[in-house]
Design a protein around this ligand. Structure first.
Ligand SMILES: Nc1nc2c(c(=O)[nH]1)N[C@H]1C(S)=C(S)[C@@H](COP(=O)(O)O)O[C@H]1N2
Ligand SMILES: [Mo]
Length: 325
């Protein structure tokens, strides 16, 4: 399932778009050393990063590992993380995105940030890659369906981008809007969800450092089936809150509608925090299957409150999380 050269939209890769693995790895070691030795000169880091900007799917993406977000759990195999996906724009079977998302053209690509902001802006992917230092963070992501993965994501806190557009005093929520292009996304021709896919966070959730604007994983730019070229990763919420292939970010005064909440309001609330105490109407949320561990005798894992990211608990103090599910 790893055929990066088939993912290059309508042109084959040119040599300058490919970073040889050795170059990437030595550069990554170099960047790590700089960070470790606290001698990181912004100029050098910028130089190292600039080399990766003009790249396409399958290309390497250098990032500095953020030691606050490492995981003792074994990382999910790249093959599993890129062949067992939910991305309904490309079909509803887990195997559909890996098989059909090569039709997504991820360059050129722009993201517009608008709404309750003083400085609305449209940025292309290269500008997004340059906006803040790229970090590698290993996050668990748990799907509402009861499975989870452990993935080394690459990106930076969404707050970097939101600060740049200067939210107004009215900005209380952030809406994320995915691409919905019938020509590139076969699933959009079917009314399985309200298109475009939209998701939302409260402003303080969006500004929380854990909320990752994600541009890569496993040392590469995002594979199309994982939401290239830019997605969100919100690790304390069920996977569907982490919108893929985002084209618009809108700051709003009122709570935005979200695709899953519109399609099944009893099953998917606006908050959707991982919560073993609130069952899905059709199944328990008390445990989960870790992808890659699903042998016949493998025990399920206990699902943890906020998926184990207890540092977000203070965002919800005083709220009844059974009511605000
Ligand atoms: N645009 C869009 N984003 C999406 C989805 C989708 O169908 N469309 N599925 C969500 C769900 S249900 C999950 S579990 C995660 C899966 O992310 P992954 O395939 O990278 O593991 O993406 C989320 N983001
Ligand atoms: Mo999901």
């Amino acid at each position: 399932m790893r055929a990066p050269f088939q993912k290059f939209g309508d042109h084959p890769p040119v040599a300058s778009e490919i970073t040889p693995r050795e170059m990437f790895e030595s550069r990554r070691d170099f960047i790590r050393q700089m960070a470790l030795g606290s001698i990181a000169s912004a100029g050098l880091l910028e130089m190292a990063q600039r080399e990766v900007f003009a790249q396409n799917a399958g290309a390497k993406l250098a990032a500095v590992s953020n030691p606050s977000y490492i995981s003792l759990d074994k990382k999910t195999a790249y093959k599993d993380a890129t062949s067992y996906n939910n991305f309904y724009e490309f079909g509803t079977d887990k195997s559909d995105p890996a098989e059909t998302a090569s039709s997504l053209k991820t360059r050129p690509w722009t993201v517009t940030i608008e709404g309750e902001v003083k400085k609305p802006i449209t940025l292309d992917i290269d500008s997004l890659l340059k906006l803040a230092p790229l970090e590698e963070r290993v996050y668990r992501l748990r799907c509402v369906e009861g499975w989870s993965m452990v993935i080394p994501w690459i990106g930076y806190s969404l707050s970097n981008l939101l600060k740049k557009v200067e939210p107004t005093g009215n900005a209380r929520y952030v809406e994320f809007i995915s691409l919905a292009d019938k020509r590139q996304m076969p699933g959009v021709n079917r009314p399985v969800l309200q298109w475009p896919y939209t998701e939302g966070l409260r402003m303080d959730e969006a500004m929380h450092p854990l909320t990752l604007l994600t541009l890569g994983m496993y040392g590469e730019v995002l594979p199309n089936q994982n939401g290239a070229p830019v997605r969100l990763t919100v690790p304390w919420k069920y996977g569907f809150k982490s919108a893929k292939s985002i084209v618009k970010i809108r700051l709003t005064k009122d709570q935005p509608r979200t695709s899953w909440n519109v399609s099944a309001p009893d099953e998917y609330g606006f908050y959707s925090n991982v919560n073993p105490d609130v069952d899905h109407p059709r199944w328990s949320q008390g445990s989960e299957r870790r992808i890659g561990e699903d042998g016949f005798l493998t025990r399920k894992r206990k699902t943890l409150m906020f998926n184990g990211y207890s540092e977000v608990a203070s965002l919800y103090s005083g709220m009844d999380l059974k009511k605000f599910y």
